[in-house]
Design a protein around this ligand. Sequence first.
Ligand code: FE2
Length: 206
Amino acid sequence: MKKRSTQKNSQQARSQSRGQTSQRSTKAKSVRTDGEELVTLYDLLVDELRDLYDAENQLVKALPKVAAAVSSSELKEALEEHFEQTRGHVERLQDVFEHLGESPRGTHCDGMEGLLKEGQKMMEKKGEDAVIDAGIISAAQRVEHYEIAGYGCVISFAKRLGHSEAAKLLSEILEEEKAADEKLTEIAESAVNVEAESGDGQEEAA
Ligand SMILES: [Fe+2]
């Protein structure tokens, strides 16, 4: 165990040293061969950006279906607005790859796939429209929180590596994810959940 920990520490030291190198020179930014080996913090930054890029592309495909499935017009509007923002996120991520001199391609994001499957299951449920809407908001907020966590990490990596323009673009995306999450909370706290609680008034009347 001790030996393993020592090896890990020495790997970390090498990684940190290479990370610092990438801060000074964009030419020496990576020792990756095929994207699978993560040696430097820069490698991790690109790896996570590829994950986020795929996650955003999965969302672009899914959001119109989610917007079509909800009953509340306010919720539908918010999801349609976030669909447009998400297309912008894909474009901003392409700009980030360009700034880093990397090809804009994704690697499959299993996390987003799982979250979207959960959302799909909610959309297929039968019941009161307002209750299903509240469930879809709940699924959508899980997606937003997942993205918020992901962007928070890559922003921190980009800043540490001195890629300030990339960090700025990523921060713009993060702000829109946070705003979308807040908007969903607002909708959940107003019309949708009030209707869901009362079961469209049927239980109150009983
Ligand atoms: Fe996004």
